[in-house]
Design a protein around this ligand. Structure first.
Ligand code: GAR
Length: 190
């Protein structure tokens, strides 16, 4: 059995889609969800799939040792960041070489980096008058949004689209592709 840990900070719709994708599978399971936000919607979503949740604070995350211990005790094979809004400490990144991935709501390298997350990305895309945006699934390294790209998909941005419209289109793409890419990676097909 391969085991996935998901890190999420907010609503958790991507985390839920991944849980749903693997529900009932005997070869892969979502074993743990970790969040830095005690109010995160992802906590309720995790309960629906009976996935245990670990809530941690900034200090605990920065010290890394405890989180690493939890991940190792759970024998985690792949770490999936799904709407996780903190930089992962270098030591944790180094402990999971090519075993930690992220989804970003834009076509990296555009609209990436510190401060570019969630709705800020869609606001910047609309502000710049872009005619397309998209999603990027990539390996995590020690810098925001800079790891090697695994997959990208794009969508049209219309002149009349608001940031909320773009967010909706991006979520559709994310839900369509992220669970599948996670599956292909953990099953060794990618
Ligand atoms: C997603 O669009 C994800 O790409 C983005 O946050 C949203 C979380 O939605 N992540 C980042 O911006 C990370 N830099 P969700 O909580 O509904 O899955």
């Amino acid at each position: 059995m391969k085991r996935i840990a998901i890190f999420a900070s907010g609503s958790g719709s991507n985390a839920e889609k991944i849980c749903e994708h693997f529900a009932g599978r005997t070869d892969v399971a979502v074993s743990l969800i970790l969040t830095n936000n005690p109010q995160a919607g992802v906590i309720i979503r995790a309960m629906k799939y009976q996935v245990p949740v670990v809530v941690f604070n900034k200090k605990l995350f920065a010290e890394t040792g405890k989180i690493l211990e939890i991940l190792q005790n759970e024998r985690i094979d792949l770490i999936v960041l799904a709407g996780f809004m903190m930089l992962v400490p270098a030591e944790l990144v180094r402990s999971y070489p090519d075993k930690m991935i992220n989804i970003h709501p834009a076509l990296l390298p555009k609209y990436g980096g510190k401060g570019m997350y969630g709705d800020f990305v869609h606001e910047a895309v609309v502000q710049a008058g872009e005619t397309e945006s998209g999603i990027t699934i990539h390996y995590v390294n020690e810098h925001y949004d800079e790891g090697a790209v695994i997959f990208q998909a794009s969508c049209e941005v219309l002149p009349t689209d608001t940031p909320a419209d773009v967010a909706t289109k991006i979520h559709v793409l994310e839900h369509q592709h992220y669970p599948r890419i996670v599956d292909e990676l953990i099953s060794g097909q990618l």
